[in-house]
Design a protein around this ligand. Structure first.
Ligand SMILES: Cc1cc2nc3c(=O)[nH]c(=O)nc-3n(C[C@H](O)[C@H](O)[C@H](O)COP(=O)(O)O)c2cc1C
Length: 202
């Protein structure tokens, strides 16, 4: 009985996952988190910020309707997607009472577990400190890179990425022409269950 009442309450709350993904890696993470939230009866809206129409539609909405907002982005050339900055600036201007914020990135640096903290500081914390927003959870996940012959990345980008991969993972001797998937789904599951607790008790 009580369980059902709680589920009802959770369903009234609206949770947002807004992400940017150029090659699909961050998108798969965001969709997995959404699936898990919905399994726990959390009403969840998901928006792809680097889709112009989806971004505009979200940006023109009243963001205070969401009780929690989870932002996610891939890192390209050291930065997360600029659309995230626009959402952060807009969030600063609304009433934040009882709202929960979370942030995650997928990136090459976090492919090395020893560098996850460095990735969080360099790509998330250093940028978020510019905003007057309190984040309950942030995390950096290893990314996915397609260096296979069928990849859409051009020769120069592949070359730069290979150099970066050798720098982040000094133990690797040679980078093969294949798809590298560095995501640790246990880390993502742990993040999701922590986020679920945060928004459930918020
Ligand atoms: C052109 C390019 C630049 C990148 N720059 C960085 C970087 O500066 N730091 C990093 O850690 N990872 C970097 N990456 C790795 C991506 O962040 C990683 O592959 C991510 O999982 C891609 O996610 P997406 O498929 O959602 O776009 C770069 C990848 C590409 C293709």
């Amino acid at each position: 009985m009580i369980e059902n009442e709680d589920e009802g309450k959770n369903f009234i709350k609206k949770n947002l996952i807004a992400y940017s993904s150029l090659y699909g890696c961050t998108e798969e993470i965001a969709l997995k988190i959404k699936e898990e939230l919905e399994k726990s009866s959390m009403r969840t809206e998901i928006v792809k910020l680097n889709d112009k129409e989806q971004f505009n539609s979200l940006f023109n909405q009243d963001l205070s309707q969401f009780s929690s907002i989870l932002l996610g982005s891939s890192i390209v050339a050291g930065n997360f997607n600029k659309k995230i900055n626009k959402i952060l600036a807009k969030l600063e201007s609304i009433s934040l009472d009882h709202k929960k914020f979370g942030f995650f990135v997928s990136c090459l640096k976090a492919s090395n577990p020893d560098k996850i903290i460095e990735a969080k500081n360099e790509y998330i914390n250093s940028n978020l400190k510019e905003y007057n927003l309190k984040f309950s959870i942030v995390d950096a996940f290893g990314g996915k890179l397609d260096l296979s012959p069928d990849s859409s990345l051009n020769f120069l980008v592949k070359y730069i990425i290979k150099k970066k991969m050798l720098k982040e993972n000094p133990n690797s001797k040679k980078i093969e022409p294949k798809i590298y998937d560095y995501r640790d789904w246990q880390q993502i599951e742990k993040f999701t269950s922590t986020w679920l607790n945060i928004i459930r008790n918020g």
